[in-house]
Design a protein around this ligand. Structure first.
Ligand SMILES: Nc1ncnc2c1ncn2[C@@H]1O[C@H](COP(=O)(O)OP(=O)(O)OP(=O)(O)O)[C@@H](O)[C@H]1O
Ligand SMILES: [Mg+2]
Length: 469
């Protein structure tokens, strides 16, 4: 006899509600277990097992997803089609009533799953079928031989089982949907990560290609300019000396002018020329022109030097160096540029010595510090912080300056990109720094907000991946 619970609408409704629960996505096993418990109670059984069809067409099998009063380890175990009672029912697509000891039944003898070794006195097992498709199997058992299930129970139960099938299919669909959504979102994440990596790699490639070709260009330009600048510089030195001599001779002539009193024509001619060419002004202006020219030549020499440094970043000694020492000496060198602009705050962490081209790293720090000072219009703060991250050290130079507009952010490392007035910046500082840091297998990060300030952070590996000669 079936318990009359199952014939009650409230029981059926509860079963239906279990299949609708929102827990389904997060804890499907709990829901399946609750459904099975509801069925076991409804059918007045002592134990029960719920298995779901899994695998593809080539390898279909059942997986036990819930069990009442069966050993824990059985949950999750695999049941081959045709094997054991559940397997047999699922394969045949037929419900089964078993009374008495079934261990001698040839259909199930070979390989009954462990959970059925309890050998119930009375059991019913149904395939869960939607149209002709078996989506699982359900068995319930009674240990009590006094009240065995009957054929009528099996038939009546089949009606309820068809409802259970819908509920179970609903859970499965939900699960599949959940899994698919999770899978899609995982795939999406992966695609996004791969895309980001590709983008980074492409940017890096572009940047290093640009650097390589600019490096060649810079080396060529430096070489071409170096020669004429060399002789302009040395000729200028001679010219300055000769002009000094000429003025010395002129001075002597001027001093002796009164001696020409007896030669009024000659004296008039000389005075006429002096007036015509405004000798006094000429003397003054020549000195100014010379000093401006000297400054111009020095500037060109500096640019050529920068270009040389930029293209020949490998002409230095690799050594183990103390980054803080390098920072401090660089701060000293540029102190004149910094002191009127900013309060310099140092927050140094504990750093190991770093394998590096120390003098070149100092150039990087110098460029960053001077840029920071230039960015501050009146007075501000420059923060210098250091620290470690895994097997890298980092140096951060932050300023409270005017910031970098977003449209310039990806251009600042380009050679010759500058927003400074002519004569103040060549636009080589950051590109040079970039190539030096790259040579160290490090990276430079920048973040900036207009009107707030800019943070440059240089990451350097403590040890170089392969020693440079
Ligand atoms: N800390 C900073 N704050 C605001 N803008 C900055 C900062 N650092 C760099 N920049 C911007 O990036 C540009 C390029 O910097 P970079 O150091 O390469 O050249 P530069 O300073 O203009 O000239 P150079 O360093 O060759 O004398 C600067 O002109 C400026 O616009
Ligand atoms: Mg600069």
């Amino acid at each position: 006899m079936l318990s009359d619970k199952v014939t009650k609408l409230s029981w059926v409704y509860q079963l239906y509600r279990l299949g609708q629960t929102t827990q389904l996505r997060d804890q499907p096993e709990k829901v399946q277990q609750a459904i099975l418990l509801h069925i076991v109670e409804g059918f007045g059984a002592d134990s029960g097992t719920l298995a779901i069809a899994c695998g593809d067409d080539g390898d279909p099998y059942l997986s036990i997803v819930a069990g009442i009063d069966i050993p824990d380890h059985v949950i999750g175990s695999r049941v081959e089609l045709g094997r054991g009672i559940l397997g047999w029912v699922a394969q045949e697509g037929q419900a089964l009533l078993l009374n008495g000891d079934v261990s001698s039944d040839l259909r199930f003898k070979s390989s009954a799953p462990r959970n059925e070794s309890v050998r119930p006195r009375s059991a019913m097992c149904w395939p869960l079928k939607i149209e002709n498709r078996v989506i699982g199997a359900l068995s319930i058992n009674r240990r009590d031989a006094d009240e065995p299930y009957t054929e009528a129970d099996l038939e009546n139960g089949a009606v309820v089982v068809s409802l259970i099938t819908v509920v179970i299919e609903n859970t499965r669909l939900h699960l599949d949907q959940g899994k698919q959504i999770a899978l899609l979102s995982k795939m999406n994440d992966e695609i996004r990560t791969v895309n980001k990596r590709l983008e980074d790699a492409q940017n890096q490639l572009l940047q290093s290609e640009k650097m390589a070709s600019i490096g060649q260009l810079a080396a060529g330009v430096a070489h071409e300019i170096n020669n004429p600048v060399g002789y302009i510089n040395s000729n200028f030195g001679s010219l300055q000396k000769y002009l000094g001599n000429v003025f010395e001779v002129l001075d002597a002539y001027e001093k002796n002018e009164p001696l020409l009193a007896d030669h009024p024509d000659a004296l008039q001619q000389i005075r006429g020329l002096k007036k015509k060419y405004d000798l006094a002004y000429l003397r003054e202006d020549v000195a100014e022109l010379m000093s401006e020219t000297e400054e111009g030549i020095a500037r060109v020499k500096k640019i050529v030097q920068d270009l040389k440094d930029f293209s020949h970043v490998d002409q230095a000694e690799w050594q183990w160096a103390n980054i803080h020492k390098g920072l401090d000496s660089t701060i000293n060198i540029v102190w004149n540029e910094l002191k009127y602009k900013a309060e310099v705050i140092k927050v140094y962490g504990e750093l190991p010595e770093v394998e590096c081209l120390a003098s070149q790293l100092n150039q990087v720090f110098m460029n960053l510090l001077i840029n920071a000072a230039h960015a501050i219009e009146d007075r501000g703060i420059i923060f210098i912080r250091t620290g470690t991250l895994d097997d890298q050290v980092w140096v951060e130079i932050a300023d409270s300056g005017k910031g970098i507009p977003p449209e310039n952010l990806n251009r600042i490392f380009e050679p010759f990109f500058t927003t400074k007035p002519v004569g103040k910046g060549t636009g080589l500082g950051l590109s040079l720094s970039y190539s030096i840091v790259q040579k160290h297998h490090g990276r430079i990060n920048v973040s900036s907000e207009v009107g707030v300030g800019t943070i440059f952070r240089v990451y350097l590996p403590v040890r170089q991946p392969e020693r440079k000669s």
